[in-house]
Each structure stands twice: as structure tokens, then as C-alpha cells.
Ligand binder design. Structure first.
Ligand SMILES: CC(C)(COP(=O)(O)OP(=O)(O)OC[C@H]1O[C@@H](n2cnc3c(N)ncnc32)[C@H](O)[C@@H]1OP(=O)(O)O)[C@@H](O)C(=O)NCCC(=O)NCCS
Length: 295
């Protein structure tokens, strides 16, 4: 498969040398300490046992290949079904916004379906607007599970200096929602999401000064839908004001946990609520997740 950017190819990793190149990408993207990166012996065994390792390779002028992104997922068993849990997806900074992340995800989906597996799961930090857009808007994931400090209170990843809370997302590979989303038929649902968000008083709101303002919980949870706003760029907030980033973590952790506990699930994310640089918002909906994804 050839990606739209010239000279970039996405393919399964085949050799120990190719698996070895994962480390350099992991280091550059997450700044991971050696003890937190995927050990080679484990990678080799996982690959040999049939798990999915995909690489995106760019060719330099001399024709030499370099890994510029990868996706890695392993088999899991969740709610009585076999799943692929996508543990890592990364694209080097210089190769971002070329749709490579999406192409790696599509290739992972194809491999997973070919194995007879119909669901992928993964986790992401719900304060990261880029990932929220990538996961919900581009791929149509859903979530009803919030994990507090999933990897422990601290990690060596430079992208995660504000705890390791995660949303556990489900990608129902053959559902109509997902097929429509990856076919680019999302304009209708985006407009509907924006309309719904405009009518709601957020449970956590990005106030005029960039701080999280909490709404009255009982009142918000009486409705059929709830919204939770996040800053457009939490990494920039972390760099300039660690305490404010922590406030955002605490407020959004509270909002997600309370609304999921009350029977809501996370259905959508819209990144440009009030102009390009403004906050984004999640839309949560009451009701059984199973009914929503069956449609
Ligand atoms: C997530 C990642 C793999 C995406 O790679 P990529 O090749 O840039 O992905 P794509 O080009 O397919 O899509 C990126 C999308 O994010 C959007 N985006 C970029 N920055 C954004 C931001 N600050 N807020 C909201 N959306 C943002 C882009 O506009 C694009 O969406 P669009 O195609 O609808 O416009 C890459 O950013 C990465 O390696 N991040 C660090 C590691 C990571 O977070 N891994 C994933 C864990 S779930």
C-alpha cells in the first residue's frame, strides 16, 4: 500500500532489523526511557505469534528506507470477544498531517478484519485535542470507560507529564458508523454534534480566562446529553502553567467519571467549538452503548 505522500510505503514489519527501528521512533515521539520502551525479545515473540506490527517507511535520495511511523496491536479478550488492542501508534513530527496516522489505522483495521476479529480497542489521554479529533471524528470510536492513572501517576513520556488518565475506546470495525466515518461521510454527524453542543451547558467549560469551570452536577446529569470541554492545546498549557494543566485533569476526570457512572457514554468530539484556536468538546449521550453502535 502506498500513502499519498510520495515515497512513503506502509507495510507489515518482517525482520528483526525492522522491529529494531521501532525504538528510534518511540524515542523521538514520546522521549521514552529505555525501561519503558517495548523490549526487543517481547516484540519478536509477539510478532512471531501473529500480532500486528505495521511500519510507514520513507525513502531518502539514495533509496535507503527509514521508519517514520508505526502501529502495533496485540490480541486481547474483552467482554467475551477477541479484540486487537492497539498499544502504540506514532508518526514522526516531520511526517505528520499527511494522513499517515490514518493510513496506518486503516491498514491495522484491514489486518484485524482479515484475522476474523471485528473490534479494536486502544487508550488515549482525553485532554489531548489532537488525539480526540483523530479517534472520534476521523474513526468513529466510542467509549464508556475512564481509567485513572492507567500507567501509574508518572511516566517517562514527554507527552504525558500530567498523570496518565485514559479513555478506553472501542472501534467497531464493521459497524455502519465506522464504515461511514472512514468513507468520509461524517459531515452530517459533525453538524448534528455541533448543534447539540451549542444547546448544552457544559459540565466542564473553558471559561473566558482558559480555566475549567464546573457546572452543577445533578442538573447536568438530568439531561439526555452532556458536554465536556477541553483546551485546544493541553501540551502548551502544561509548558506554561503546570498547576492549570492539573486543574484541567482534575475537572475533566471528575466530569467523565461522574457522567459515565450515571450511564452516559462518549459519542463524539468536536475540536473547533469557538474558532480555530478555541476549546474542543466531547459529546456524551445517555443510554446503552450497544444500541448506539448497533445502528
Ligand atoms: C496521533 C498521530 C499518530 C497522528 O498522526 P498524523 O500522521 O498526523 O495523522 P493524520 O494526518 O492522519 O491525522 C491527524 C489529524 O489530527 C488533526 N490535528 C492535528 N493537531 C491537532 C490539534 N491540536 N487539535 C485537534 N486536531 C489536530 C489534524 O488536523 C488531522 O485531522 P484532519 O485530517 O481531520 O484534519 C501523531 O500525531 C502522533 O504520533 N502523535 C504522538 C503519539 C500519539 O499520540 N499516538 C496516538 C495515541 S492514540
Amino acid at each position: 500500500m502506498t500513502a499519498s505522500a510520495p515515497q512513503i510505503t506502509i507495510r507489515d514489519l518482517r525482520t528483526i532489523d525492522e522491529l529494531d527501528q521501532l525504538k528510534a521512533v518511540e524515542k523521538e515521539v514520546w522521549g521514552m526511557a529505555d525501561e519503558d520502551s517495548l523490549p526487543m525479545t517481547v516484540a519478536i515473540a509477539l510478532k512471531a505469534a501473529g500480532n500486528i506490527f505495521l511500519g510507514a517507511f520513507a525513502k531518502d535520495k539514495a533509496g535507503k528506507e527509514k521508519m517514520v511511523g508505526f502501529a502495533f496491536g496485540f490480541l486481547g479478550r474483552e467482554h467475551g470477544q477477541t479484540t486487537i488492542h492497539s498499544h502504540m501508534l506514532a508518526v514522526l513530527d516531520a511526517y505528520r498531517h499527511l494522513d499517515l496516522g490514518a493510513k496506518l489505522k486503516h491498514a491495522q483495521r484491514e489486518r484485524t478484519l482479515a484475522m476474523g476479529v471485528h473490534e479494536m480497542t486502544w487508550t488515549f489521554d482525553p485532554l489531548q485535542s489532537r488525539n480526540a479529533h483523530f479517534n472520534f471524528a476521523k474513526f468513529g470510536v466510542v467509549s464508556d470507560t475512564y481509567k485513572i492513572d492507567f500507567y501509574g501517576p508518572e511516566t517517562s513520556s514527554v507527552l504525558h507529564r500530567n498523570g496518565t488518565d485514559r479513555l478506553w475506546v472501542r472501534w467497531l470495525l464493521n459497524s455502519r458508523r465506522v464504515r461511514d466515518r472512514i468513507a468520509g461521510k461524517s459531515a452530517g454527524s459533525r453538524a448534528e454534534t455541533l448543534d447539540a453542543l451549542r444547546l448544552l451547558k457544559p459540565l466542564v467549560r473553558f471559561d473566558g480566562k482558559g480555566q475549567p469551570a464546573r457546572a452543577e452536577l445533578a442538573e447536568a446529569l438530568r439531561r439526555e446529553r452532556v458536554s465536556i470541554e477541553i483546551p485546544g492545546d493541553i501540551l502548551a498549557v502544561e509548558k506554561t502553567d503546570v498547576a492549570l494543566a492539573r486543574e484541567w485533569r482534575d475537572a475533566t476526570r471528575w466530569a467523565f467519571r461522574e457522567s459515565l457512572k450515571a450511564g452516559f457514554f462518549v459519542a463524539e468530539y468536536c475540536r473547533s467549538l469557538r474558532g480555530q484556536q478555541g476549546p474542543g468538546a466531547y459529546l456524551l449521550q445517555r443510554g446503552p452503548l450497544a444500541d448506539f453502535i448497533a445502528g
